[in-house]
Design a protein. Structure first.
Length: 345
């Protein structure tokens, strides 16, 4: 749970969950593109909830389900932006417009190329080469496990785009996934401890050959919500055994539907979008205080004050922000550069 959460944040989460929100039109989407380190051109829509505000908003990255695309999140986005949460909805590789593969130069710095370790990552994934990425699309249709395993690269690059944009509060970071997008979200969050909250619609124990259990097991210090229909509740219950702190919500459709899956729930489950916005708001917390924020290396699990020399040298790939030393340490980070450990009451 976000350590800086206070009564104001809790009250706002309740208001958002009960359907209250600022009366404002959602921002127009900005179409964005960026290229992953393994050469896939990712396309997404960015919704800036902070335009005209004094403080940068929290943000979430949305990860759709198999054979869908970023447009499947349309019913949710207005509720999020009204709740002052900026949104980056991407087409995962091989889906929607994210089908182009380009030649890239591998980073010279080993740290810039590395993701924090993951024992589930069996081999080095090879991205199919081709001017249009047609092989990539076919491999997705064939449910090629290696392509889905490599989707964490899409999230990594999405974060890097947001960090460079300068438009969001980097210490208030959430992921929302649907179906196999839940697996991708849990995989990523298990290695990036700056993620505050993971919200899952129809998570499974194994999608496209990828197991979620080993990842959710590492999320005990991050908020996790598992939402499923009655027909799939056993999958969520099994996942919850790996993380007793995860929350579980089994829900029916407005007309009693028992089999709504992933983003098909949006617009069809009573108040789901408002409940999602409220939960995310509560766990993303109130705006960060720049005087309290720290920056760390999520690979070595060491954090620094932003003005320290070590902080200036952190590779972009593994540089992440936390709202306070307390939050960083609650996620398994250790103080570096001679900083004393934070005393906890």
């Amino acid at each position: 749970m976000k350590l800086r959460r206070n009564l104001l944040t809790l009250a706002y989460a309740w208001l958002a969950g009960s359907g209250w929100a600022w009366a404002q039109e959602p921002p127009a989407p900005q179409r964005v593109t960026f290229t992953t380190q393994d050469g896939v051109k990712i396309v997404g829509d960015f919704y800036d909830a902070g335009a005209g505000g004094d403080q940068k908003p929290a943000f979430v990255i949305l990860l759709h389900m198999y054979m869908k695309d970023r447009t499947s999140w349309a019913p949710l986005i207005p509720e999020l932006t009204r709740s002052r949460i900026s949104v980056l909805a991407i087409d995962l590789r091989g889906h929607g417009e994210s089908t182009e593969v380009v030649e890239v130069t591998p980073p010279a710095d080993e740290e810039e190329a590395a993701q924090p370790p993951d024992e589930e990552r069996e081999t080095e994934e090879e991205t199919p080469k081709g001017p249009t990425g047609s092989d990539l699309v076919e491999r997705v249709k064939a449910r090629d496990k290696k392509v889905f395993k490599a989707m964490t690269e899409d999230v990594w690059s999405a974060y890097e785009w947001l960090a460079k944009s300068g438009k969001v509060d980097l210490a208030r970071f959430g992921l929302v996934g649907a179906s196999v997008g839940c697996t991708v979200a849990m995989d990523y969050a298990s290695r990036d401890k700056s993620v505050d909250v993971v919200y899952c619609l129809s998570p499974g124990t194994k999608y496209m050959g990828l197991r979620s259990g080993p990842h959710i097991k590492k999320l005990a210090d991050q908020a996790v919500m598992l939402v499923s229909n009655p027909e799939e509740r056993k999958e969520s219950e099994e996942l919850k055994k790996n993380d007793e702190n995860a929350e579980l919500n089994v829900t029916l459709g407005k007309n009693g539907e028992r089999d709504l899956h992933g983003t098909d729930m949006l617009g069809k489950v009573e108040n789901l979008e408002a409940e999602m916005a409220g939960y995310l708001t509560g766990h993303l917390g109130s705006p960060s205080d720049p005087k309290e924020m720290v920056v760390g290396n999520i690979k070595t699990r060491v954090y620094f004050k932003p003005d320290m020399a070590q902080a200036q040298k952190l590779p972009e790939r593994v540089r992440r922000w936390f709202s306070s030393p307390e939050e960083a340490e609650s996620r398994g980070m250790k103080p570096g550069g001679g900083l004393p450990p934070t005393p906890f009451d």
